[in-house]
Design a protein around this ligand. Sequence first.
Ligand SMILES: NC(=O)c1ccc[n+]([C@@H]2O[C@H](COP(=O)([O-])OP(=O)(O)OC[C@H]3O[C@@H](n4cnc5c(N)ncnc54)[C@H](O)[C@@H]3O)[C@@H](O)[C@H]2O)c1
Length: 363
Amino acid sequence: MPFLVRAQGVPACPGADNDFMGIFARKKYTAAVVGLGRIGFSLGMDAKREQPASHTMALMANRSIEIIAGADCDVHRADEWKSFMESKRRAPAVFYSTKELYGSVHPDIVVVAVNEASHLGECLDAIQSRPSLVILEKPVALDTAEAMKIRAAASEFSVPVMVNHERRFSADYIAARDFLPRIGEIQRVRAELDSGLRVYAPQFEKDGSYSLIHDGTHLVDIVRFLLGVELSSPRVTGIFRDKDGIVRNFTAHYATSRIPDIEISMSGRSKFFSFGIDILGTLGRICIGNGYAKFYERRESRLYTGFYSLSNAKIRVPKKTGYFSNMVQNAVDFLSARAPLVSPLDEAIADLRVLEEIKAQLK
Ligand SMILES: NC(=O)c1ccc[n+]([C@@H]2O[C@H](COP(=O)([O-])OP(=O)(O)OC[C@H]3O[C@@H](n4cnc5c(N)ncnc54)[C@H](O)[C@@H]3O)[C@@H](O)[C@H]2O)c1
């Protein structure tokens, strides 16, 4: 049993999950990965991605964690994972169902990295096995009704849940958040996600295979995280449907008392993948997205006497963003009473609500 230390004097992030902070502090935590697909395992072997890029690799890289088990209902994937772990001289137990897993081992951390349609069932099972922490892949669930069931179970069994909205942990986005006060009052925000995946149609709600929820959860989450705003009552324009009636484009407009103009745009007919946010302040600008982070501030113009222009600000952003390893470290720090959860369940449910308000206008 872990020895118990109550968190004291550490400010908590919003979210009931932080009420449980630190009650399971100890040196080494055991972990199980449920879902040994791309994010659970194989993205960790993508040579182009910043590593670690999967739960398996990120957990393995953390010295405070020992992976004791993995499960996947796909026998081949489970066996492939087993061989890989053995090649790294690890010998976790491997299961083809989570029922077997929870019947055999009791890890401190359970990572739920299954497909969206199984989030509810697998997350409830994980919570009911009473680990010290569940790390749940995004989006929380297929809709807020399911998400609220997860929340109710987490509360009933006193199991904190964090959601892997990875940009919250990424050094470039953290630098952007720190830089925000230097750009003055925020005049407008443009957040945009472009891909080839359909944005929305009702027939895809059953498995979440549409980008509004699949990737849109990241876009909404990072806008809320960076700006500290609640987004509600959008005006949705620019809706484009393809010949099958599937939504391929939209822009949602928001105005808050602090920021008068926030736009969230998505395209599902682009022949490329792009994710980015452009924040214009009265004294500077931040442009950040996949593969870039640019910080500008007002300086005396080199081009015109008596004018000011925007120039590159001297900001140090480490080459390695640590987006995955920082997430795992936050889990360890939380369990050790050193930090609150940076991405608690309630924050991810709030993202889902924003997406559902948009969805209501796309129907
Ligand atoms: N945070 C991120 O940036 C990021 C990136 C990719 C995927 N994801 C999310 O991770 C989740 C998984 O996506 P993926 O791309 O890895 O999918 P995937 O299909 O590659 O892997 C999912 C795995 O879960 C297994 N599985 C499904 N239901 C199961 C069950 N009930 N019990 C045991 N195993 C089960 C499947 O067999 C499969 O191997 C999705 O929710 C996705 O949105 C997040």
